[in-house]
Design a binder for this molecule. Structure first.
Ligand code: PLP
Length: 421
């Protein structure tokens, strides 16, 4: 694939010296909001897109636009080649064993629904259990509730501590002869907690329980190797890793995917169709009914190329430093309470400021050009756990700077003054 190379020198030990050049790869970061330079701290909701991703989507529409897979003409073959090449990129990125294990989806949500409906539903019987944790996103709760309702199985939830960590030993104790699958968030979007998923997968496998990992918040912040994790399914969204919205991936172990029925029926997922009988295509096509988001899939490949050029280790180290700095600053703000203080944490700072409603905090920050998210972050059970309606959440990406964190705290001081008059 002809990738527009990001404007960087390549992976190196630190990134501070490269930061301005890297930021220039993201056109939106030059935007001014209400006359002030944008500070984008809503990366857990979606990340910004580098020029190489935008250019790749534009190139598809300008130069290669055609439907994929069944065409004999040049454009269709080119589009197919680029789309399938992006699958190879994802496969290598996750260190999957085979491209057959990489299923394109609309995002994490669709990937989890696919596993719930196609893998779990036929296997669940009344009294069986689906094991999740108390820090799941709604996307990793509701699909399981739906299959539980259909099958008579029940959802079992591993509790968390006040710091936002799983209660020690509870996951292992909750695994039993009725557990049919465990579905665990790799990194919590609301708390930032990084779960010890490698250990959890091993504990589940020791009881023959397959494991799905929700990697929506992990893939853009740490290297993910599905073979090293030994997970059975891994789901992520393209838009959270600097790629297009409406794209995502389900990694599934080939032998499991082979034995699962298709999730949706239609074009592209079939081998033969008659009114009497239909036979299905081989993996991965079996799970990809209908015309996909072709431009998006190609753009996702470009996003992963970009991430690999910058270097995930370097990104993670920079984000960790930002989080450390922001957490230290947060401690100095009277009345600021950080929600989620796990020892292993990704770059998410969820907080409450005195008794000011998070939406009001968000509005004041917006007037200063700072974009954060406020609300329940699609994790209402976490809010219930902490007996709070919402939090304000600043979430960092590698392109954020220490100066931006300083601006956040200046704006929080404004909010504090406005609301404590
Ligand atoms: N899981 C987690 C942990 C998330 O943070 C999100 C999105 O915020 C999702 C799942 C759902 O992702 P999507 O809406 O892209 O399907």
């Amino acid at each position: 694939m002809s990738v527009v190379a990001p404007n960087v020198a390549g992976p190196g030990p630190g990134m501070t010296e490269d930061l301005e050049r890297l930021r220039a790869d993201f056109p939106i970061l030059r935007t001014r909001i209400r006359g002030k330079p944008l500070v984008y701290f809503d990366n857990a909701a979606t990340t910004q897109k580098p020029r190489s991703v935008i250019d790749m989507e534009r190139r598809y529409y300008e130069e290669w636009n055609a439907n994929i897979h069944r065409g004999v003409h040049w454009l269709s073959e080119k589009a197919t080649h680029e789309y399938e090449h992006a699958r190879d990129t994802v496969c290598a990125f996750l260190n999957a064993r085979s491209r057959k294990e990489i299923i394109y989806t609309r995002g994490t949500t669709e990937a989890i629904n696919l596993v719930a409906q196609s893998f779990a539903r036929p296997r669940l019987r009344p009294g069986d259990e689906v094991l999740i944790t108390a820090m799941e996103h709604h996307s990793n709760i509701v699909p399981w509730q739906m299959v539980c309702q259909l099958t008579g199985a029940r959802l079992r939830v591993v509790p968390i501590t006040d710091d936002g960590e799983l209660v020690a030993g509870e996951f292992e104790r909750s695994l039993n002869e009725r557990t049919r699958i465990a579905a665990i968030v790799h990194v919590s979007n609301a708390l930032g907690t990084i779960n010890p998923v490698r250990h959890m997968v091993a504990a589940a496998h020791a009881r023959d329980v397959p494991v799905l990992l929700d990697g929506a918040q992990a893939v853009a912040h740490m290297p993910v190797d599905v073979q090293a994790l030994d997970c059975d399914f891994y789901a992520f969204s393209g838009h959270k890793i600097f790629g297009p919205t409406g794209t995502g991936v389900l990694y599934g172990r080939e032998e499991l995917l082979e034995n699962m029925p298709p999730y949706q029926g239609g074009g592209d997922m079939i081998r033969t169709v008659s009114f009497e009988n239909t036979t299905y295509a081989d993996l991965p096509a079996k799970f990809e009914a209908g015309t996909p988001n072709i431009a998006g899939g190609i753009g996702l490949g470009a996003a992963i190329d970009y991430v690999q050029t910058v270097g995930l280790q370097r990104m993670a180290a920079h984000e960790h430093e930002l989080l450390r700095y922001a957490t230290a600053r947060a401690r100095e703000v009277p009345g600021l309470r950080v929600i989620g203080q796990a020892r292993e944490k990704a770059a998410v700072l969820s907080f409450l400021l005195n008794d000011i409603h998070p939406h009001d905090v968000g509005t004041i920050l917006d007037s200063e050009g700072i974009a954060i998210r406020t609300g329940h972050h699609c994790a209402m059970p976490i809010m219930t756990r902490y007996k709070i309606p919402a939090t304000a959440r600043a979430s960092f990406a590698f392109y954020n700077t220490r100066e931006e964190v300083d601006r956040l705290f200046v704006a929080l001081e404004i909010a504090r003054k406005v609301f404590t008059r």
